[in-house]
Ligand binder design. Structure first.
Ligand code: ZN
Length: 79
C-alpha cells in the first residue's frame, strides 16, 4: 500500500531530487532517478512522463515524474 502523499509534498521532494543531482538523463528520453527507496527508470513519451515506481503505477504521478517534468521543461509537462 502506497501512502497517500499530498501533491505539495511530492513537489517538495521533486525539488530535492533536482537540487541534489539525483536525476540522470539518458539517451532517447530516458531518465534514471535515485529515489529514497531505490533507483527508478523513467521515460518521456509524447510529452508525458512514465515512472517505474509503485506510486506511479498506482496513481499516475510521483515525485520522480514531477522532477523529470521540471527538468525536461516540456511544453506539455505542466501539472
Ligand atoms: Zn516514481
Amino acid at each position: 500500500m502506497v501512502p497517500d502523499v499530498p501533491l505539495y509534498r511530492m513537489l517538495d521532494k521533486a525539488d530535492r531530487l533536482l537540487k541534489s543531482g539525483r536525476i540522470e538523463r539518458l539517451e532517447g528520453g530516458h531518465f534514471n532517478v535515485i529515489g529514497d527507496h531505490g533507483t527508478y527508470t523513467l521515460v518521456v513519451r509524447n510529452g508525458r512522463v512514465y515512472c517505474s515506481c509503485p506510486g506511479f503505477q498506482e496513481k499516475g504521478v510521483c515525485s520522480h515524474s514531477l522532477a523529470v517534468m521540471k527538468l525536461n521543461k516540456s511544453p506539455r509537462g505542466r501539472y
